[in-house]
Design a protein around this ligand. Structure first.
Ligand SMILES: NC(=O)c1ccc[n+]([C@@H]2O[C@H](COP(=O)([O-])OP(=O)(O)OC[C@H]3O[C@@H](n4cnc5c(N)ncnc54)[C@H](OP(=O)(O)O)[C@@H]3O)[C@@H](O)[C@H]2O)c1
Length: 265
C-alpha cells in the first residue's frame, strides 16, 4: 500500500498511459488502491501488464480496471488513443496521467536525421498533445465537479540537465513537456483543470535496463545524495498527490523533481 487514504479517488475516473510496466504501472496500481476507476493504456501491447501492472491486484481492483493498447509512435497514435478512451468513458474524466514514452534509442548527435527526429518526437510529444486534446472536453466536464480535474505529465531530469550522450532528442522532447505543462496550466485554470508534471531522475525500470550499462548506473547511484537509484514506487506518490485536489488543490503549472537529490533546482 502507498499510505494514501484508500477512498481518496473513490468515484473518480483516471486514465494512465504507458501503464503496463514501470512507473506507469506503479501509478495505475496506486490509483486502483485508492478507489479510482482506471482506464490503463498498457503500452503497444498488453504483453507486459501480466508481469507488472496486474501482479497482486485484488478482484475488486481488477473490476475497476480497463486495459487498452496502442502504438503511440504512430503518426495518429494519440488521436486513436483519445478515441479509444472516449469509447470507454461514460461521464467526465477526472485525471489524465500522460506517462507513455521512452528514449527510443541512443542516437548520436551526428546521426540525427528526419526519421529519428520523427520517431522520438511523435512518441514523446505529438501523441501526448493529440490524446490530451481529444480528452479535453471530458476533462473540462471533470473540471465542473467539486475539486476540478487534473492532468499530470511525465517529464524527466534530462529536460533540465540535458541527459547523457545520445539522448539529445529525447531530453529536448521532455523539455517540451515541461513547458507545455506550464502553458496548459495557465490556459486551463479557468476550467478548473490543474496541470502539473512529475520529473523522474534515474529510476530503475526497463527504460534503464535497455539504455544504460550497469557501470553507468552504479556511478550514477554513487553520485546521488540519497545514494541509490529510484524505483517506480518512489515516483507513484507524486502522481497521486498532484492528482488530488484535497492534497494539491492550489498547485498548478509545477514540475516536481523526484530524483533523490540528483538535481536540485
Ligand atoms: N526510468 C527513468 O529513469 C525515467 C526518467 C525520466 C523520465 N522517465 C519517463 O517516465 C515514463 C515511464 O518510463 P519507465 O521508466 O516506466 O519506462 P518503461 O518501463 O520502459 O515503460 C514505458 C511505458 O511507455 C510505453 N511506451 C513506450 N513506447 C511506446 C509506444 N511507442 N507506444 C505506446 N506506448 C509506449 C511502454 O509500453 P511498451 O511496454 O509497449 O513498451 C511502457 O508502458 C516515460 O515517459 C519516460 O520517458 C523515465
Amino acid at each position: 500500500m502507498n499510505g494514501f487514504d484508500t477512498r481518496l479517488f473513490a468515484g473518480k475516473t483516471v486514465v494512465v498511459t504507458g501503464s503496463g510496466r514501470g512507473i506507469g504501472a506503479a501509478v495505475a496500481r496506486g490509483f486502483l488502491q485508492t478507489g479510482a476507476r482506471v482506464i490503463a493504456h498498457a503500452g503497444r501491447t498488453l504483453d507486459h501488464a501480466e508481469d507488472d501492472l496486474l501482479v497482486g491486484l485484488s478482484e475488486a481492483e481488477k473490476d475497476r480496471l480497463t486495459l487498452l493498447a496502442g502504438d503511440l509512435a504512430e503518426r495518429d497514435g494519440g488521436e486513436r488513443l483519445g478515441s479509444a478512451v472516449l469509447q470507454e468513458l461514460d461521464g467526465p474524466l477526472d485525471v489524465l496521467v500522460n506517462n507513455a514514452g521512452t528514449m527510443v534509442g541512443r542516437i548520436a548527435a551526428g546521426d540525427v536525421d528526419a526519421a529519428a527526429f520523427d520517431r522520438v518526437v511523435d512518441l514523446n510529444v505529438r501523441s501526448v498533445v493529440a490524446s490530451t486534446t481529444a480528452l479535453l472536453p471530458a476533462l473540462k466536464e471533470g473540471g465542473r465537479a467539486e475539486g476540478g480535474a487534473a492532468i499530470v505529465n511525465t517529464s524527466s531530469i534530462s529536460a533540465i540537465v540535458g541527459g547523457s550522450p545520445g539522448s539529445s532528442l529525447y531530453s529536448s522532447s521532455k523539455a517540451f513537456i515541461s513547458t507545455w505543462t506550464r502553458a496548459l496550466a495557465r490556459e486551463l485554470a479557468p476550467d478548473h483543470v490543474r496541470v502539473n508534471a512529475v520529473s523522474p531522475g534515474t529510476i530503475m525500470t526497463d527504460f534503464h535496463r535497455r539504455y544504460s550499462s550497469q557501470e553507468k548506473l552504479d556511478a550514477t547511484a554513487a553520485s546521488i545524495p540519497l545514494k541509490r537509484l529510484g524505483t517506480a514506487e518512489d515516483c507513484a506518490p507524486a502522481y497521486l498527490f498532484l492528482s488530488s485536489a484535497k492534497l494539491s488543490g492550489y498547485l498548478t503549472g509545477q514540475v516536481i523533481e523526484v530524483n533523490g537529490g540528483q538535481f536540485m533546482g
